[in-house]
Design a protein around this ligand. Structure first.
Ligand code: GDP
Ligand code: MN
Length: 368
């Protein structure tokens, strides 16, 4: 399973690899806003699963917020390498001194992880591999060996990087190897890994997970799925996850929350015809996010049935190790049945959006 760049970058960052400042945008307006937040020239990057976006016109530069709007407008909704671009990553533009290449793949023929690295990284790496293969070094690791700092230094020395960078680069290799193992990856790649005046930064991030390991990478699978259009999901800066059935209702929920002083952590629209299974998926996505302290589930049943929602909520409460409180607003189709199910299980709920939003904000204050 391929992982989008913006999710891969979050993972790399968690492992201690430096990545540029960035934020996802789904509209030109949002891209403009992010660009002005970043406050310097940005790169607008199409979030599709295929590589080679640079050469295909999927990476654009913008010097100011207005230009970010124009460039995002050009990319969003276009088709690139057979994928429709629904999201762009708006990222601070780096002043690149040099572009390196670093990748870890599982070499199935010898059943070992293979690390490849080069000081000639960037969009022409395929040409380098074909015409100057000696510029890409290969390093096999015994699968049972722990990755030690000297492995990283050996790789950096073989690449030929300046002495002053050997330890730093070795540390990046080590961190990428940790990602590779932790996430059952078949590929973890940084191209380009850039050298700037501020240090070594991953300007791109590629991650593919072994399909046979997906059962133990569930939260990653869920995160990746939402970007495939199953739900409309946007991660935000706050700590209260807002889930709603329908984009309008989800947005109203967010507004109501803000009115009472709360900060949304997500916008997650489960769509109109949501089933019990969808509720479970949506709740699992948000409660596995460490930034989420409280969940505000805002349901006004139409095609979505309140009893399905109630059963989904109970499934999650029963199964969850995370003790994230879920505040529920539940009305609409089959509301008597839905509310009865919750009452019987001792789970409280509200019938008005205002009351639920207020409660979510209060609960969150208590937690922090
Ligand atoms: P890919 O073509 O899909 O692999 O997309 P990348 O994220 O690797 O971007 C392609 C190229 O755009 C890189 O090799 C860089 O040369 C350039 N690029 C990407 N981000 C930046 C940046 O922040 N600053 C500058 N100057 N160039 C960048
Ligand atoms: Mn790249």
């Amino acid at each position: 399973m391929k992982i989008h760049e913006y999710i891969a970058k979050d993972i790399f960052k968690d492992e201690g690899i430096s990545v540029p400042k960035s934020k996802l945008a789904v509209s030109p307006e949002e891209a403009k806003m992010v660009s002005s937040e970043i406050g310097k020239p940005v790169v607008i990057k199409s979030q599709i699963l295929a590589g080679g976006r640079g050469k295909a016109g999927g990476i654009k530069f913008a010097d100011n917020p207005d230009e970010a709007y124009t460039k995002a407008n050009e990319i969003l909704g276009s088709t690139l390498k057979d994928e429709r671009v629904e999201m762009v990553l708006v990222e601070e533009k780096l002043n690149i001194i040099s572009e390196y290449y670093l990748s870890i793949v599982l070499d199935r023929s010898v059943k070992k992880p293979l690390i490849m690295a080069s000081m000639s990284g960037g969009i022409d790496i395929e040409d380098v591999a074909e015409n100057k293969p000696e510029k890409i070094i290969k390093y096999y690791l015994n699968p049972l060996d722990e990755f030690l700092p000297y492995h990283g230094r050996e790789i950096a020395i073989k690449m030929g990087v300046p002495n002053s960078m050997i330890t730093k680069l070795g540390a990046v290799v080590c961190k990428l190897f940790n990602v590779f193992q932790k996430y059952d990856a078949t590929i973890a790649e940084i191209n380009p890994l850039v050298v700037t005046a501020d240090g070594i930064i991953a300007a791109d991030a590629k991650l593919e997970i072994d399909d046979d390991s997906l059962y133990r990478q569930k939260s990653l699978v869920d995160l990746q799925k939402v970007t495939k259009g199953e739900f409309a999901y946007v991660k935000l800066d706050g700590n209260i996850a807002v889930i709603g059935n329908g984009a309008g209702l989800t947005l109203s929920g967010m507004d109501m929350l803000k009115l009472y002083g709360g900060k949304p952590a997500t916008f997650l629209d489960i769509g109109g015809g949501s089933s019990q299974e969808n509720i479970v998926k949506a709740l699992n996505i948000v409660i596995s996010d460490p930034d989420v302290k409280t969940v505000f589930l805002n349901v006004l049943g139409g095609i979505t049935r309140a009893d399905d929602v109630a059963r989904g909520v109970l499934d999650v409460i029963d199964a969850s190790k995370h003790k994230v409180p879920i505040v529920i607003r539940l009305t609409g189709t089959n509301e008597e049945e839905g509310q009865r199910i919750l009452k019987e299980a001792g789970v409280s709920f509200e019938t008005s959006m205002e009351a639920a939003a207020k409660k979510a904000v209060e609960l969150c204050k208590d937690i922090i």
